[in-house]
Design a protein around this ligand. Structure first.
Ligand SMILES: *Cc1c(COP(=O)(O)O)cnc(C)c1O
Length: 380
Protein backbone atom coordinates (compact mmCIF):
# COMPACT_ATOMS: atom_id res chain seq x y z
CA UNK A 1 0.00 0.00 0.00
CA UNK A 2 3.05 2.30 -0.07
CA UNK A 3 1.92 4.10 -3.22
CA UNK A 4 -1.17 5.27 -1.30
CA UNK A 5 0.83 7.04 1.44
CA UNK A 6 -0.57 10.55 1.60
CA UNK A 7 -3.44 11.90 -0.42
CA UNK A 8 -3.54 15.24 -2.16
CA UNK A 9 -6.70 16.01 -0.14
CA UNK A 10 -4.71 16.03 3.10
CA UNK A 11 -2.03 18.22 1.50
CA UNK A 12 -4.53 20.69 0.05
CA UNK A 13 -6.73 20.86 3.16
CA UNK A 14 -3.64 21.56 5.29
CA UNK A 15 -2.59 24.20 2.79
CA UNK A 16 -6.04 25.82 3.01
CA UNK A 17 -5.86 25.90 6.82
CA UNK A 18 -2.29 27.27 6.86
CA UNK A 19 -3.00 30.04 4.35
CA UNK A 20 -6.58 30.91 5.35
CA UNK A 21 -7.73 29.95 1.86
CA UNK A 22 -11.25 29.05 0.77
CA UNK A 23 -11.28 25.29 0.36
CA UNK A 24 -12.98 24.29 -2.88
CA UNK A 25 -10.90 21.12 -2.82
CA UNK A 26 -12.63 18.48 -0.76
CA UNK A 27 -16.26 17.77 -1.62
CA UNK A 28 -18.31 18.17 1.50
CA UNK A 29 -21.22 20.59 1.99
CA UNK A 30 -20.97 23.45 4.48
CA UNK A 31 -24.66 23.28 5.42
CA UNK A 32 -26.66 20.61 7.28
CA UNK A 33 -29.15 18.00 6.15
CA UNK A 34 -32.94 18.11 6.71
CA UNK A 35 -33.68 19.19 10.32
CA UNK A 36 -36.28 16.47 10.95
CA UNK A 37 -33.74 13.84 9.93
CA UNK A 38 -31.17 15.30 12.34
CA UNK A 39 -33.85 15.23 15.05
CA UNK A 40 -34.49 11.54 14.30
CA UNK A 41 -30.81 10.77 14.83
CA UNK A 42 -30.81 12.66 18.14
CA UNK A 43 -33.97 10.80 19.24
CA UNK A 44 -32.34 7.50 18.34
CA UNK A 45 -29.27 8.36 20.42
CA UNK A 46 -31.41 9.32 23.42
CA UNK A 47 -33.83 6.46 22.84
CA UNK A 48 -31.44 3.59 23.43
CA UNK A 49 -30.31 2.78 19.88
CA UNK A 50 -26.72 2.59 21.03
CA UNK A 51 -25.73 -1.07 20.76
CA UNK A 52 -24.71 -3.23 17.80
CA UNK A 53 -27.49 -3.28 15.23
CA UNK A 54 -27.96 -6.43 13.08
CA UNK A 55 -25.06 -7.13 10.68
CA UNK A 56 -27.08 -6.54 7.47
CA UNK A 57 -28.43 -3.24 8.86
CA UNK A 58 -31.51 -2.20 10.84
CA UNK A 59 -34.67 -3.58 9.17
CA UNK A 60 -36.24 -0.09 8.95
CA UNK A 61 -33.40 1.11 6.71
CA UNK A 62 -33.29 -2.01 4.56
CA UNK A 63 -37.05 -1.68 4.01
CA UNK A 64 -36.72 2.02 3.18
CA UNK A 65 -33.93 1.31 0.66
CA UNK A 66 -36.05 -1.44 -0.91
CA UNK A 67 -39.03 0.92 -1.20
CA UNK A 68 -36.86 3.70 -2.65
CA UNK A 69 -35.31 1.43 -5.32
CA UNK A 70 -38.75 0.24 -6.42
CA UNK A 71 -40.39 3.65 -6.27
CA UNK A 72 -37.65 5.53 -8.13
CA UNK A 73 -36.24 2.92 -10.52
CA UNK A 74 -38.70 0.01 -10.59
CA UNK A 75 -35.99 -2.27 -9.17
CA UNK A 76 -37.10 -4.98 -6.73
CA UNK A 77 -34.70 -5.91 -3.92
CA UNK A 78 -35.73 -8.03 -0.95
CA UNK A 79 -34.88 -6.21 2.30
CA UNK A 80 -34.10 -9.64 3.76
CA UNK A 81 -31.09 -10.90 1.84
CA UNK A 82 -30.64 -8.49 -1.06
CA UNK A 83 -29.79 -5.28 0.83
CA UNK A 84 -26.81 -4.59 3.08
CA UNK A 85 -26.06 -1.46 5.10
CA UNK A 86 -22.39 -0.41 5.19
CA UNK A 87 -20.12 2.21 6.71
CA UNK A 88 -20.57 4.58 3.81
CA UNK A 89 -20.25 3.76 0.13
CA UNK A 90 -16.51 3.52 0.71
CA UNK A 91 -16.80 0.37 2.79
CA UNK A 92 -19.33 -1.05 0.35
CA UNK A 93 -16.90 -0.60 -2.56
CA UNK A 94 -13.98 -2.13 -0.66
CA UNK A 95 -16.06 -5.03 0.60
CA UNK A 96 -17.45 -5.70 -2.89
CA UNK A 97 -14.01 -5.68 -4.53
CA UNK A 98 -12.49 -7.82 -1.76
CA UNK A 99 -15.39 -10.25 -1.90
CA UNK A 100 -15.59 -10.66 -5.66
CA UNK A 101 -12.00 -10.37 -6.91
CA UNK A 102 -9.21 -12.91 -6.50
CA UNK A 103 -5.56 -11.86 -6.59
CA UNK A 104 -4.60 -11.29 -10.22
CA UNK A 105 -8.15 -10.62 -11.39
CA UNK A 106 -8.58 -7.45 -13.41
CA UNK A 107 -10.96 -4.64 -12.59
CA UNK A 108 -11.89 -2.06 -15.23
CA UNK A 109 -12.37 1.49 -13.99
CA UNK A 110 -12.80 4.79 -15.75
CA UNK A 111 -10.07 7.33 -15.12
CA UNK A 112 -10.04 9.87 -13.57
CA UNK A 113 -11.45 7.73 -10.74
CA UNK A 114 -12.54 8.25 -7.13
CA UNK A 115 -9.40 7.71 -5.07
CA UNK A 116 -10.59 4.79 -2.97
CA UNK A 117 -11.09 2.58 -6.05
CA UNK A 118 -7.42 2.04 -6.76
CA UNK A 119 -6.72 1.32 -3.08
CA UNK A 120 -9.60 -1.19 -2.90
CA UNK A 121 -8.33 -2.99 -5.97
CA UNK A 122 -4.82 -3.09 -4.49
CA UNK A 123 -6.12 -4.45 -1.17
CA UNK A 124 -7.72 -7.32 -3.07
CA UNK A 125 -4.46 -8.03 -4.91
CA UNK A 126 -6.34 -7.36 -8.12
CA UNK A 127 -5.11 -5.35 -11.08
CA UNK A 128 -6.72 -2.15 -12.29
CA UNK A 129 -7.41 -1.60 -15.97
CA UNK A 130 -8.11 2.10 -16.44
CA UNK A 131 -10.14 3.37 -19.38
CA UNK A 132 -9.78 7.13 -19.86
CA UNK A 133 -12.71 9.51 -20.01
CA UNK A 134 -11.88 12.03 -22.71
CA UNK A 135 -13.49 15.35 -23.49
CA UNK A 136 -15.81 15.30 -26.49
CA UNK A 137 -18.27 18.10 -27.19
CA UNK A 138 -17.68 19.63 -23.78
CA UNK A 139 -18.26 16.51 -21.67
CA UNK A 140 -16.19 13.58 -20.48
CA UNK A 141 -16.96 10.26 -22.14
CA UNK A 142 -15.24 7.00 -23.06
CA UNK A 143 -14.40 5.42 -26.38
CA UNK A 144 -16.38 2.15 -26.65
CA UNK A 145 -13.44 0.52 -28.47
CA UNK A 146 -11.04 1.47 -25.68
CA UNK A 147 -13.49 0.02 -23.16
CA UNK A 148 -13.84 -3.26 -25.06
CA UNK A 149 -10.06 -3.46 -25.48
CA UNK A 150 -9.62 -3.21 -21.70
CA UNK A 151 -11.58 -6.44 -21.13
CA UNK A 152 -9.58 -9.66 -21.18
CA UNK A 153 -9.80 -13.22 -19.91
CA UNK A 154 -8.97 -12.15 -16.33
CA UNK A 155 -11.49 -9.29 -16.19
CA UNK A 156 -13.69 -9.92 -13.19
CA UNK A 157 -15.44 -6.63 -12.52
CA UNK A 158 -16.01 -3.10 -13.73
CA UNK A 159 -16.40 -0.16 -11.36
CA UNK A 160 -18.94 2.28 -12.77
CA UNK A 161 -19.42 5.64 -11.08
CA UNK A 162 -22.27 7.73 -12.50
CA UNK A 163 -22.92 10.59 -11.81
CA UNK A 164 -19.15 10.67 -12.00
CA UNK A 165 -16.75 12.25 -9.53
CA UNK A 166 -14.49 14.04 -10.48
CA UNK A 167 -15.76 14.91 -13.99
CA UNK A 168 -19.48 15.56 -13.39
CA UNK A 169 -20.42 13.27 -16.28
CA UNK A 170 -23.72 11.42 -16.04
CA UNK A 171 -23.58 8.44 -18.37
CA UNK A 172 -26.27 8.43 -21.04
CA UNK A 173 -28.52 5.50 -21.84
CA UNK A 174 -26.30 4.77 -24.86
CA UNK A 175 -23.08 4.79 -22.83
CA UNK A 176 -24.61 2.54 -20.18
CA UNK A 177 -25.86 0.16 -22.89
CA UNK A 178 -22.26 -0.25 -24.13
CA UNK A 179 -21.13 -1.11 -20.60
CA UNK A 180 -24.06 -3.49 -20.09
CA UNK A 181 -23.35 -5.29 -23.39
CA UNK A 182 -19.73 -5.80 -22.40
CA UNK A 183 -20.68 -7.12 -18.96
CA UNK A 184 -23.11 -9.65 -20.44
CA UNK A 185 -20.82 -10.75 -23.26
CA UNK A 186 -17.76 -11.20 -21.05
CA UNK A 187 -19.50 -12.28 -17.85
CA UNK A 188 -18.25 -9.26 -15.89
CA UNK A 189 -19.72 -8.10 -12.58
CA UNK A 190 -20.62 -4.40 -12.39
CA UNK A 191 -19.97 -2.59 -9.12
CA UNK A 192 -21.83 0.70 -9.40
CA UNK A 193 -21.14 3.77 -7.28
CA UNK A 194 -24.31 5.87 -7.42
CA UNK A 195 -23.76 8.18 -4.46
CA UNK A 196 -24.79 11.22 -6.55
CA UNK A 197 -27.92 9.49 -7.88
CA UNK A 198 -30.15 12.43 -6.85
CA UNK A 199 -27.77 15.24 -7.74
CA UNK A 200 -28.15 15.78 -11.50
CA UNK A 201 -28.81 19.00 -13.42
CA UNK A 202 -30.41 20.39 -16.60
CA UNK A 203 -33.11 17.70 -16.78
CA UNK A 204 -30.45 14.99 -17.01
CA UNK A 205 -31.58 11.91 -15.05
CA UNK A 206 -29.55 9.16 -13.49
CA UNK A 207 -30.19 5.66 -14.86
CA UNK A 208 -28.97 2.74 -12.74
CA UNK A 209 -27.01 0.13 -14.71
CA UNK A 210 -29.05 -2.56 -12.93
CA UNK A 211 -32.15 -1.49 -14.88
CA UNK A 212 -30.60 -2.74 -18.15
CA UNK A 213 -31.52 -6.11 -19.59
CA UNK A 214 -29.67 -8.90 -17.80
CA UNK A 215 -27.83 -6.52 -15.48
CA UNK A 216 -29.70 -6.77 -12.18
CA UNK A 217 -28.31 -10.27 -11.70
CA UNK A 218 -24.69 -9.15 -12.17
CA UNK A 219 -24.71 -5.70 -10.55
CA UNK A 220 -23.68 -4.66 -7.05
CA UNK A 221 -25.49 -1.33 -6.72
CA UNK A 222 -24.02 1.02 -4.13
CA UNK A 223 -25.22 4.33 -2.75
CA UNK A 224 -25.02 6.31 0.46
CA UNK A 225 -26.78 8.94 2.55
CA UNK A 226 -23.78 11.27 2.68
CA UNK A 227 -24.27 13.19 -0.57
CA UNK A 228 -28.06 12.77 -0.83
CA UNK A 229 -28.79 14.28 2.58
CA UNK A 230 -25.67 16.44 3.12
CA UNK A 231 -24.38 14.28 5.98
CA UNK A 232 -21.01 13.10 4.70
CA UNK A 233 -19.91 12.53 8.31
CA UNK A 234 -22.59 9.90 8.89
CA UNK A 235 -20.94 7.27 6.70
CA UNK A 236 -24.11 5.31 6.06
CA UNK A 237 -24.12 3.40 2.78
CA UNK A 238 -26.24 0.66 1.27
CA UNK A 239 -25.72 -2.13 -1.21
CA UNK A 240 -28.40 -3.77 -3.36
CA UNK A 241 -27.64 -6.97 -5.23
CA UNK A 242 -28.94 -10.49 -5.78
CA UNK A 243 -28.60 -12.80 -2.81
CA UNK A 244 -25.35 -14.63 -3.76
CA UNK A 245 -23.54 -11.33 -4.36
CA UNK A 246 -24.88 -9.72 -1.16
CA UNK A 247 -23.87 -12.82 0.80
CA UNK A 248 -20.33 -12.52 -0.53
CA UNK A 249 -20.11 -8.79 0.21
CA UNK A 250 -21.55 -9.28 3.68
CA UNK A 251 -19.05 -12.05 4.42
CA UNK A 252 -16.24 -9.53 3.94
CA UNK A 253 -18.08 -6.60 5.52
CA UNK A 254 -18.63 -8.49 8.77
CA UNK A 255 -14.86 -8.66 9.30
CA UNK A 256 -14.18 -5.09 8.26
CA UNK A 257 -16.64 -3.44 10.62
CA UNK A 258 -19.27 -6.10 11.45
CA UNK A 259 -22.05 -3.52 11.37
CA UNK A 260 -22.68 0.20 10.80
CA UNK A 261 -23.67 2.75 13.49
CA UNK A 262 -27.29 2.41 14.57
CA UNK A 263 -28.62 5.96 15.14
CA UNK A 264 -27.85 7.19 11.62
CA UNK A 265 -29.51 4.15 10.10
CA UNK A 266 -32.85 5.02 11.70
CA UNK A 267 -32.57 8.65 10.65
CA UNK A 268 -31.68 7.73 7.06
CA UNK A 269 -34.59 5.25 6.94
CA UNK A 270 -36.88 8.13 7.82
CA UNK A 271 -35.26 10.51 5.32
CA UNK A 272 -35.44 8.10 2.36
CA UNK A 273 -39.20 7.94 2.79
CA UNK A 274 -40.00 11.49 3.89
CA UNK A 275 -37.28 13.92 2.81
CA UNK A 276 -36.93 13.45 -0.94
CA UNK A 277 -38.65 16.83 -1.35
CA UNK A 278 -35.79 18.34 0.64
CA UNK A 279 -33.35 16.53 -1.64
CA UNK A 280 -35.03 18.06 -4.70
CA UNK A 281 -34.48 21.47 -3.09
CA UNK A 282 -30.81 20.62 -2.54
CA UNK A 283 -30.48 19.51 -6.15
CA UNK A 284 -31.97 22.78 -7.43
CA UNK A 285 -29.73 24.82 -5.12
CA UNK A 286 -26.65 22.94 -6.27
CA UNK A 287 -27.56 23.63 -9.89
CA UNK A 288 -27.55 27.36 -9.07
CA UNK A 289 -24.21 27.03 -7.26
CA UNK A 290 -22.77 25.19 -10.23
CA UNK A 291 -23.84 28.02 -12.54
CA UNK A 292 -22.44 30.65 -10.17
CA UNK A 293 -19.06 28.93 -9.95
CA UNK A 294 -18.88 28.10 -13.67
CA UNK A 295 -19.57 31.69 -14.61
CA UNK A 296 -16.93 32.97 -12.19
CA UNK A 297 -14.29 30.49 -13.31
CA UNK A 298 -14.93 31.33 -16.96
CA UNK A 299 -14.56 35.05 -16.16
CA UNK A 300 -11.32 34.32 -14.34
CA UNK A 301 -9.97 32.74 -17.52
CA UNK A 302 -10.46 28.99 -17.05
CA UNK A 303 -12.01 26.80 -19.72
CA UNK A 304 -14.96 25.28 -17.88
CA UNK A 305 -16.72 21.95 -18.53
CA UNK A 306 -20.37 21.88 -17.55
CA UNK A 307 -21.06 19.00 -15.14
CA UNK A 308 -24.44 17.25 -15.46
CA UNK A 309 -24.25 16.07 -11.86
CA UNK A 310 -22.20 15.79 -8.61
CA UNK A 311 -20.52 18.55 -6.58
CA UNK A 312 -17.67 19.26 -8.99
CA UNK A 313 -16.66 21.27 -12.02
CA UNK A 314 -13.61 20.52 -14.15
CA UNK A 315 -11.53 23.26 -15.68
CA UNK A 316 -8.71 23.44 -18.21
CA UNK A 317 -6.02 25.83 -16.93
CA UNK A 318 -4.13 26.30 -20.20
CA UNK A 319 -5.94 29.52 -21.19
CA UNK A 320 -4.42 31.02 -18.00
CA UNK A 321 -0.91 30.22 -19.18
CA UNK A 322 -0.39 27.17 -16.93
CA UNK A 323 -0.08 23.58 -18.08
CA UNK A 324 0.40 21.64 -14.84
CA UNK A 325 -2.55 21.50 -12.42
CA UNK A 326 -0.37 20.34 -9.56
CA UNK A 327 1.87 23.40 -9.90
CA UNK A 328 -1.11 25.74 -10.16
CA UNK A 329 -3.05 24.26 -7.20
CA UNK A 330 0.06 24.48 -5.01
CA UNK A 331 0.41 28.17 -5.92
CA UNK A 332 -3.28 29.06 -5.92
CA UNK A 333 -3.49 29.80 -2.16
CA UNK A 334 -0.74 32.39 -2.45
CA UNK A 335 -2.02 33.77 -5.77
CA UNK A 336 -5.71 33.91 -4.91
CA UNK A 337 -6.46 32.41 -1.47
CA UNK A 338 -8.34 29.48 -2.96
CA UNK A 339 -7.67 25.73 -2.79
CA UNK A 340 -8.63 23.26 -5.55
CA UNK A 341 -7.63 19.72 -6.54
CA UNK A 342 -5.33 18.80 -9.45
CA UNK A 343 -7.31 16.25 -11.45
CA UNK A 344 -4.16 14.36 -12.48
CA UNK A 345 -4.06 12.61 -9.08
CA UNK A 346 -7.13 10.58 -10.10
CA UNK A 347 -5.35 8.85 -13.00
CA UNK A 348 -3.01 5.93 -13.65
CA UNK A 349 -1.88 8.05 -16.60
CA UNK A 350 -1.63 11.54 -15.04
CA UNK A 351 -0.48 13.10 -18.32
CA UNK A 352 -4.06 12.84 -19.64
CA UNK A 353 -5.35 15.11 -16.86
CA UNK A 354 -2.26 17.26 -16.26
CA UNK A 355 -3.96 20.48 -17.38
CA UNK A 356 -7.21 19.89 -15.44
CA UNK A 357 -8.21 21.27 -12.03
CA UNK A 358 -11.33 20.35 -10.04
CA UNK A 359 -13.37 22.84 -8.01
CA UNK A 360 -16.21 21.89 -5.61
CA UNK A 361 -19.39 23.99 -5.58
CA UNK A 362 -21.23 22.32 -2.65
CA UNK A 363 -20.62 25.49 -0.60
CA UNK A 364 -22.71 28.44 0.57
CA UNK A 365 -23.35 31.05 -2.14
CA UNK A 366 -21.34 33.70 -0.30
CA UNK A 367 -18.36 31.33 -0.09
CA UNK A 368 -18.51 30.65 -3.84
CA UNK A 369 -18.83 34.37 -4.60
CA UNK A 370 -15.88 35.22 -2.36
CA UNK A 371 -13.78 32.47 -4.01
CA UNK A 372 -14.71 33.81 -7.45
CA UNK A 373 -13.80 37.39 -6.60
CA UNK A 374 -10.46 36.23 -5.16
CA UNK A 375 -9.74 34.26 -8.35
CA UNK A 376 -10.73 37.25 -10.50
CA UNK A 377 -8.27 39.55 -8.74
CA UNK A 378 -5.56 36.96 -8.01
CA UNK A 379 -5.21 35.52 -11.50
CA UNK A 380 -5.35 38.83 -13.31
C1 LIG B 1 -18.18 10.83 -1.52
C2 LIG B 1 -18.02 9.65 -2.42
C3 LIG B 1 -17.99 8.34 -1.92
C4 LIG B 1 -17.96 8.05 -0.45
O1 LIG B 1 -19.19 7.91 0.11
P1 LIG B 1 -19.31 7.61 1.69
O2 LIG B 1 -20.70 7.23 1.84
O3 LIG B 1 -18.92 8.87 2.39
O4 LIG B 1 -18.34 6.52 2.00
C5 LIG B 1 -17.92 7.30 -2.81
N1 LIG B 1 -17.85 7.51 -4.13
C6 LIG B 1 -17.85 8.75 -4.65
C7 LIG B 1 -17.78 8.93 -6.12
C8 LIG B 1 -17.92 9.86 -3.81
O5 LIG B 1 -17.89 11.09 -4.33
Amino acid sequence: MREFGTTVFAEMTALAARTGSINLGQGFPDTDGPPAMLARAAEALRGGWNQYPPGPGVPELRQAVSWHRMDRYGLAYDPDGEILVTVGATEAISAAVLALCEPGDEVILFEPYYDSYSASVALAGAVRKPVPLRIAEGRFTFDPDELRAAAGPRTRAILVNSPHNPTGTVFTREELAVIADLCRERDIIAITDEVYEHLTFDDVTHIPLATFEGMRERTVMISSAGKTFSVTGWKTGFVCAPRPLITAVQTVKQFLTFTASAPWQLAVAYALREELGWVEGLRAELEGKRDRLMEGLAKAGFEVFRPAGTYFVQTDIRPLGFDDGLTLTRRLPELAGVVAIPTQVFYDHPAIGRHLVRFAFCKRDEVISEAVSRLLSGLR
